[in-house]
Design a protein around this ligand. Structure first.
Ligand SMILES: [Zn+2]
Length: 351
């Protein structure tokens, strides 16, 4: 058994990823490094491992659905990056000279891994969540008569994107989102009540009440904005649970999530406004969102999370900031992760 040095705050152990092997995912297995190789399409060196109990070798790509997909790591990475710059699968296929179906398959593989990764890491380390904002974004599915909503949950202090849910604008979708978030944060602490702010949609109130039933330790504020002809006229604060004293400082707003919505609209091709590029298939939408979630939470440093390096007499060319990703601010990772890390990270799947 060996664990490579990891930038994660959890231990990850190698296991055999081959389903047909008798010791599939067994942690009692002895896995050793066993040489490297390159493929016809990829000059980047890949690691081989030896499964001690099953007596066979396997490649590090076995740890994701990209196994046997015939692309290079560089291409997989390009697909992810272009997807996160707001390019649709067809556009990426055109740039990389591939079939759109190939791109969709690759995205599927990465998305599944990103989803698994996010769940595993958020469930192994109980998240310290003090302030959540939730909101929903509209989009379309197949045609413009069919509205699809993306519900998003966001932790303010670390700018961490907790989770999302696709569906209609109903209590059902909101409840699913709140349930997922509750799984991540575990039991609420008694000392500091969890702060929640949303817009005026009643679904959140019902969802919070049903999911956090029996817990009195959250406070909830609705921000009701009234617009006349697109112009903001009044902002009303409606303290559904708790009082004004519970929301101190700059917390009586939904500004953070609204800024985050802008980031999403910019980066997810299906969420761009005034285009015909809306989503034709819900699964593709989910895939793009998971890829973006990994990129946003784990890979990209967030500008407002940077910390000044306290050095006396800083010269002009000295490093002035340490940059942090939302996951680092949340205490889940110690460094910004890479795409390659996600592809080959061993995560066991619970059957
Ligand atoms: Zn094996």
């Amino acid at each position: 058994m060996n664990s490579a040095p990891t930038p994660l705050n959890i231990e990850s152990t190698l296991f055999c990823p081959r389903r047909s092997c008798p010791c599939y995912q067994s942690l009692e297995n002895h896995i050793t490094k066993d040489g490297t190789y390159t493929t016809k399409n990829d000059g980047v060196v890949r690691q081989m491992f030896n499964c001690g109990e099953g007596k066979h070798r396997f490649s590090e790509t076995g740890y994701s659905d990209l196994f046997g997909k015939h692309g290079s790591f560089k291409e997989y990475e390009q697909v992810c990056k272009l997807g996160c710059y707001g390019l649709s699968a067809d556009a990426i296929a055109d740039v990389l000279l591939k079939d759109p179906r190939t791109i969709a398959t690759w995205q599927r593989g990465v998305s599944k891994k990103a989803n698994l990764f996010h769940d595993v890491i958020c469930l192994s380390i109980t998240l310290t969540v003090l302030f959540i904002q939730m909101d929903e974004l509209w989009s379309f599915l197949r045609n413009k008569n069919n509205t699809l909503w993306v519900f998003v949950g966001f932790e303010v202090d670390s700018r961490f994107w907790l989770n999302f849910e696709l569906g209609s604008r109903t209590t059902h979708t909101a409840t699913q989102l709140v349930t997922r978030i509750k799984d991540y944060i575990g039991k609420l602490s008694r000392t500091m009540p969890l702060k929640v702010t949303t817009d005026k949609l009643a679904a959140y109130k019902t969802a919070l009440q049903s999911v956090f039933t029996g817990h009195s330790d959250y406070v909830y504020l609705q921000i009701v904005k009234k617009r006349v002809k697109m112009r903001l006229v009044t902002v009303k604060k409606c303290f559904v649970k708790g009082t004004e004293d519970d929301f101190k400082g700059k917390t009586q707003n939904t500004s953070y999530i609204e800024r985050f919505n802008l980031t999403l609209r910019q980066r997810v091709s299906y969420l761009q406004r005034k285009t015909l590029g809306y989503c034709k298939k819900k699964a593709h939408f989910t895939d793009t969102l998971w890829i973006n979630l990994y990129d946003y939470n784990y890979r990209c440093p967030h500008k407002s999370l940077r910390q000044p390096l306290a050095l006396p007499g800083v010269s002009r060319f000295q490093k002035k900031w340490t940059h942090r990703t939302p996951a680092m601010a949340m205490g889940l990772t110690q460094a910004a992760l890479t795409w390659r890390f996600l592809f080959v990270m061993p995560i066991s799947v619970t059957p």
